[in-house]
Ligand binder design. Structure first.
Ligand SMILES: Cc1ncc(COP(=O)(O)O)c(C=O)c1O
Length: 493
């Protein structure tokens, strides 16, 4: 679509036009554009935000004589064109809602699916909602950094060949740490076996808009792509997009459309969807220059951090490691192994001394996220100072023993689908006595955070010992309802 069309925000404009003409608001929400809201909220948000909080079903916004040309639909079409999708849907329950919808749509064609083992929890929840039966494919784990990278085409081919009746393959790229998968090769592997490739590109919605960044999943031929726009591209938290690719119709557009509405509120928040319209315009019209600015200033910031004794920063040097086809520099992943403390300790000190709040920290790294158009060299100044201060304090302390990284044992056998395990009656048993029971929850020891147990799998002695050992050495376990890990939730016998 022409740049001029991309340089417009039809849906946002329609909301503004409605608010400006001061219409009779005899509809929800009850705050009526401000007057009915608590004064504290009015003061905090300003009345303008409340005036723009306009529901669905309003003529001239999402209702029009020709429904396909209502500003809301037009904005979604501009979005599809901007990202190179056949069709795009605005989502108001984050990327999570998109993953739920995708799983529900896939379940229409069968019940088996191949899934990257360390997918986001929203895909595991999508499996629960849809009843899909997963066969997992392992990501590559970086033995040095203790983080999971991407799935390789070879691993996907092997898993798909072992699961001939699968309806799709679901993978994640980029990772939290910036590793990008060889999506084109993964597409080839999936398509050669007659299944669509779904890419959770929650962390990569910006890739399409810069020639300096790795190729985006849709351009590589992915069939369905989940894009969590709020993470990096500047829309409001909880707004996201699901895209359908241009390829053969391996996923039915109408089924996906229905699945999106099934998981969506009947009262989608206009501020969220208008922020998607605006984020799309910014990315489509100014993305190249804004991202160039962010990438260049992040390179500068990386150099400054490397000057601090004991610290290193991940960058494209990791490309070529198993499971790393390309690198997305918009995450700043600081390798703290050289300072004699864990990422948890470094993050804690940065917060205590400088009120620095990071996106993520684990054993060996701390991760800061930067957004499109952020002048990272300037905004990152306080990050560098805080890292310096944390390193000085650590130098004065006794060295923290870093936990040894042991190979996890194989996953236990799958006895129930995630949905069956979720719906079964459950009980809580002592962790030490859980061997042989079927898990009703996920357990993922960090590092590297690849789930050791998912709902429906039988708990084996080696897995329980591995998790207990990881915790004893200061590791974390995600997914457990009992954070102390004294107990675990299992399917009742
Ligand atoms: C890989 C991945 N997919 C999906 C999601 C869910 O996105 P959202 O937070 O927008 O619901 C996340 C969130 O962190 C994620 O990391």
């Amino acid at each position: 679509m022409a740049r001029m069309e991309q340089d417009s925000t039809p849906y946002l404009d329609a909301l503004v036009e409605y608010a400006d003409r001061d219409p009779g608001r005899f509809h929800v929400p009850g705050h009526k554009g401000g007057p009915g809201a608590d004064p504290a909220l009015r003061a905090a948000l300003g009345d303008r935000a409340l005036q723009l909080d306009i529901p669905a079903g309003i003529s001239g916004i999402d209702v029009a004589p020709d429904p396909a040309n209502a500003p809301f639909q037009l904005a979604q079409r501009l979005t599809a064109d901007a990202w190179g999708a056949k069709r795009s849907w605005f989502l108001v329950n984050g990327g999570s809602g998109g993953n739920h919808a995708i799983c529900l749509a896939l379940a229409h064609t069968g019940e088996r699916v191949v899934v990257q083992r360390n997918v986001h929890s929203s895909i595991v929840d999508g499996l629960v909602l849809s009843g899909l039966r997963p066969r997992f494919v392992s990501p590559e784990v970086d033995p040095e950094l203790g983080v999971a990278h991407c799935v390789t085409p070879e691993a996907l081919a092997e898993t798909l060949d072992a699961e001939p009746h699968t309806v799709a393959a679901m993978i994640v790229s980029p990772t939290y740490f910036g590793a990008v998968a060889d999506v084109a090769a993964l597409v080839e592997v999936a398509h050669a076996r007659g299944v669509p490739l779904v890419v959770d590109e929650a962390w990569g919605s910006h890739l399409h808009f810069s020639s300096a960044l790795p190729t985006a999943a849709l351009e590589c031929g992915a069939d369905v792509v989940l894009s969590s726009i709020h993470k990096i591209v500047g829309s409001i938290t909880q707004s996201a997009i699901v895209h359908l690719g241009h390829g053969e119709d391996r996923v039915d557009e109408r089924v996906l459309d229905r699945a999106v509405t099934l998981v969506e509120s009947t009262s989608p928040n206009g501020l969220l969807t208008a922020s998607l319209d605006a984020a799309r315009r910014q990315a489509a019209v100014h993305g190249e220059e804004l991202l160039a600015e962010t990438v260049a200033s992040l390179a500068e910031l990386r150099e400054r951090i490397r000057m601090i004794g004991g610290l290193d920063v991940l960058d494209e040097r990791i490309v070529g490691r198993s499971g790393v086809h390309a690198y997305d520099p918009l995450r700043l992943v600081v390798d703290v192994r050289g300072v004699g403390a864990t990422g948890h300790r470094v993050a804690r000190l940065m917060w205590e001394s400088d009120d620095i709040n990071l996106e993520l920290f684990s054993e060996n790294v701390v991760v800061a996220v930067f957004g499109i158009g952020e002048h990272a060299a300037e905004t990152g100044g306080r990050l560098v100072s805080a890292l310096e201060r944390a390193c000085v304090r650590i130098g004065e302390e006794e060295e923290e023993p870093l936990p040894p990284f042991a190979e996890p044992p194989p996953w236990g056998p799958t006895e129930l689908s995630p949905r069956e395990a979720f719906l079964a009656s459950q009980e809580v048993v002592a962790f030490d006595e859980a061997e042989g029971r079927i898990a009703a929850e996920s357990l993922a020891a960090y590092p590297p955070g690849v789930p050791n147990v998912l709902p429906g799998e039988r708990l084996t002695r080696p897995t329980l010992d591995y998790i207990a050992d990881s915790v004893a050495h200061g590791g974390l376990v995600r997914g457990a309802s009992d954070r102390t890990l004294k107990t675990v939730r299992v399917v009742a016998q």
